[in-house]
Structure formats: structure tokens, C-alpha cells
Design a protein around this ligand. Structure first.
Ligand code: GLY
Ligand code: MN
Ligand code: MN
Length: 437
């Protein structure tokens, strides 16, 4: 269920068709990151480079030259090196870049400063992700200055620099059939992982032990890495939006909030579920939970082609504010409370984000100042939450320290939407049934 070579080629072709005449595009790999002294974090390729090539080695640069006679697709990458490969692992080398990744031409990355200026020379425009990485910005200018230094010898340096992200990210926003299949599978695996955590959970278990259960299910299903650091927060830790310490013991009577999704073939899933540590919701937990769930269902309800991006968010704000008034956590007119943002002390984030190769995926949310209309093939999360700070003295004590988020991944289809992560229960009765089975 991998993206085929043909699809990578189609993506490059589509991008080149959007580019101005006589231009080139340059896309560098992600840097390696040190974790401590001489050990590194697991390497993750830059999503743009991956999207255009499937080439996942570090120290690589992809260059596209629309209408270049000797090949439009050039990869610079590490050379084969038996000794380095014995220590650090396999390399495709320039030969493998052509043979296995469809490059028309490939060169050693160590030669890029000598080769690339000659290839840029004569092209009018350079597309690259401007301002994303200072070192790369400087490198592009070094190559261009190499050409500028030769103008008296007749060299023609490019005169225009354009942001590649604009085109590329619009392409990434609409998922192909193959991408949808992978994301559906990533959603199913992640849903099973959440079910596993629910079954395993009991008072006394450590938050990181639930994380381990989740990670186990990911890996056994073929998804080695999580798409982002898993969040497992028991009790008031659930009120910390990006809590990743995950090192507390889970307590009887508390809720636990898990936000975790796998990465499959570089595509992210992103699920949150909140459930009682002991398998039974208390009345307060259940009423706040049902409110968040009704906000989430109302938001999903309006997802279809033509709805604008902000509509699900507006639905969630309205349902949550009305419910908070009914439960006595807010008082006043619903309209005014929405107008003045009173709900934000309990619901301080937006209802969701694009999802794809990156968990907070690329793509504009507004077009010319207006919220973007949803289109088939877009994938977004829907994740309203309520977080009642433990020290919030404006609300009755019984509510304090409860944090709840319910998050699913939703694909916009031709006539509505498909929830990709429905494999994990979210109604309180279904959750209790699963936990007590
Ligand atoms: N897992 C990060 C988020 O839900 O946005
Ligand atoms: Mn999430
Ligand atoms: Mn999310």
C-alpha cells in the first residue's frame, strides 16, 4: 500500500505544470537532529521532498527542471560508501536514485556546489521554500552568486525567486485515492491502538505504560513511529494541551486523555479519546463528556464540499457555549458569551487542522481573506475539547481539573464526509462497555 513510482512522477509533473516557464525548483532534505552528543533522533524526511520523490535519505537535494532536454528530475544524494554503510546503513547512491526512484540524473551531494550553479545558469526563476531554513536560504544565494560572479563571461543568473510552498502545499492538501487509502489504514491502526489502551487501563498504571500499549499496537500493525509525541494525561494533566511528560500514575476516579496517532508510509493519523481510568464515568465527567461529544458530532455534521473551513469550528463554539451555560459553568446570554469569547477559558484551541504527511498539515485556510471552501480529498481533524483548570475558582469545585478532548480524522468526500477513525468508540456507554468487557 505504498505510493507508486508513477504517482510520485505524476506529482512532479503536476508541480512543473504550475511553474512559470524557464524556472527550476529546489527541495532539500530535512537535517539530521542530535538527541545527545553523538546520537540522533530517528531520521524523518522533509515532507515536501518525500511527497515529490519517496526518497527518505538525509543529505539529499531534489531539483526539477521543467522541459530540460537531458532530464527534468535530478537528485543529489550521498554516494555509496562500503565503510560508512557498515556503520550507518544502506545508501541508494546516485545509481540507486535513478534506478529505484526514477531520477533522470543523479549526482553526489558533495559535488552540488560545483554542479548546481551550472544547471541553474540561464534559468530565469528559482522556486524554493523561502525562509524555512536559514542555512538553505544562504546556500541558494551562494549558488546564485557563483553565477553572478560570471556575468562578464556571459553567464545569466536568475532574476526571480518564488516561494515553492504556495503551489506544492496546495497540491498536498488534496489527497489522491492512494493517499486516502493509506490515511484510512493509519486511522484504523490508530483506532485499534486506542481500544487497546482502553482495555489495558486501570488505576495505578503509569501514563507511559498506556503510551507503550499504543506504541505496541502501531508497530505490530506495521507503523513503526507515532506521527507526533503521544499525549497521555491522567486527571488534571488532561488540561495541559500538549502534555507529553506521561510519567504520572493514573488514579481511580480520574479521566485520562490520550492524543496519539501512528505514522504510516509517512502519513499521520491523529486521534484523541478521553475515558475513565476505572471504566466508569462519574456524573460530572459524563455530563461534560457528552457536551464535548455533541459539539464534535455537530461539527462533523457540517463537513461537506462547499462548507467553509470555519463552519465546523463555529458549530463547536456554539454547542459548547450553550452547554456550559446549561451546566452552570458560564452565565449570561449565549450570543454574548460567544461574541466576547467567554468560552475560551475552557476551549482555547480551534476545532481542527489539515492532516496529511504532517500532523498539522500544509495548505492555506483562507483564500484572499475568506475562509476556504472544503473540497473532496481534503482531510481534517475535528477535535473540540473542554479543559477546566484545577484552580478555576469561577466554577463549582466538582468540575475542576477535568480535561476532555475527542478527536477524529475526517475526509471530505463528494457528497459529505467519511470519519477515518470511527474504529474506536466515543459514546460513554460504548467506552464503558469496551472497558468492562
Ligand atoms: N496531536 C496534536 C493535535 O491534535 O493537534
Ligand atoms: Mn491530536
Ligand atoms: Mn489534532
Amino acid at each position: 500500500m505504498k505510493i507508486t513510482r508513477q504517482e510520485y512522477a505524476r506529482r512532479r509533473k503536476a508541480l512543473m505544470e504550475l511553474m512559470e516557464p524557464n524556472s527550476i525548483a529546489i527541495v532539500p532534505s530535512a537535517p539530521e537532529r542530535t538527541r545527545s552528543r553523538d546520537t540522533e533522533y530517528p531520521y524523518r524526511q522533509d515532507s515536501d521532498l518525500h511527497y515529490l520523490s519517496g526518497f527518505d535519505e538525509p543529505h539529499a537535494v531534489l531539483v526539477l527542471f521543467p522541459e530540460r532536454e537531458h532530464g527534468e528530475y535530478v537528485l543529489f544524494c550521498r554516494e555509496r560508501d562500503p565503510e560508512r554503510e557498515t556503520w550507518d546503513g544502506y545508501r541508494a547512491g546516485p545509481e540507486g536514485a535513478c534506478r529505484d526512484f526514477g531520477a533522470d540524473d543523479a549526482f553526489p551531494i558533495d559535488d552540488i556546489d560545483d554542479i548546481l550553479p551550472g544547471l541553474i545558469e540561464g534559468r530565469e526563476r528559482v522556486y524554493y521554500a523561502m525562509g524555512k531554513d536559514r542555512d538553505f536560504d544562504a546556500q541558494v544565494m551562494t549558488w546564485v552568486n557563483t553565477i553572478r560572479a560570471k556575468v562578464r563571461a556571459g553567464a545569466h543568473p536568475p532574476g526571480e525567486f518564488l516561494d515553492l510552498s504556495h503551489f506544492l502545499h496546495d497540491m498536498r492538501l488534496i489527497k489522491s485515492a492512494a493517499e486516502q487509502r493509506i490515511m484510512r489504514e493509519a486511522g484504523e491502526i490508530s483506532a485499534r491502538a486506542h481500544c487497546r489502551a482502553m482495555r489495558f487501563c486501570k488505576p495505578g498504571v503509569m501514563e507511559y505504560q498506556l503510551e507503550a500499549e499504543i506504541q505496541h499496537e502501531f508497530a505490530m500493525a506495521g507503523a513503526r513511529y507515532p506521527a507526533y509525541n503521544s499525549i497521555v494525561g491522567g486527571g488534571k494533566n488532561g488540561c495541559i494541551l500538549h502534555y507529553v511528560e506521561n510519567n504520572a500514575a493514573l488514579r481511580n476516579g480520574d479521566l485520562v486523555l490520550i492524543d496519539a496517532g501512528c505514522e504510516l508510509e509517512s502519513y499521520a493519523a491523529d486521534i484523541s479519546r478521553t475515558f475513565p481510568v476505572n471504566g466508569r464515568f462519574s456524573p460530572e465527567q459524563r455530563s461534560l463528556y457528552e457536551l464535548v461529544l455533541s459539539a464534535q458530532l455537530a461539527a462533523i455534521e457540517v463537513i461537506r464540499p462547499g462548507s467553509h473551513w470555519n463552519l465546523p469550528h463555529e458549530m463547536s463554539v456554539e454547542v459548547l457555549t450553550r452547554g456550559l451555560v446549561e451546566l452552570g459553568l458560564l452565565s449570561g446570554s449565549v450570543e454574548e458569551l460567544i461574541e466576547n469569547g467567554a468560552y475560551k477559558q475552557f476551549y482555547m484551541h480551534r476545532v481542527g487542522h489539515w492532516l496529511g504527511l504532517d500532523v498539522h498539515d500544509v495548505g492555506d485556510y483562507k483564500i484572499e481573506g475568506e475562509w476556504r471552501a472544503l473540497e473532496p480529498g481534503m482531510v481534517m481533524t475535528v477535535e473540540p475539547g473542554l479543559y477546566i483548570a484545577p484552580d478555576n475558582e469561577t466554577v463549582a469545585k466538582k468540575w475542576r481539573g477535568i480535561g476532555i478532548r475527542i478527536e477524529d480524522d475526517v475526509l471530505v468526500t463528494k457528497d459529505g464526509c467519511e470519519v477515518l477513525t470511527s474504529g474506536v468508540p466515543k459514546s460513554p456507554d460504548d467506552i464503558e462497555a469496551l472497558m468492562n468487557a
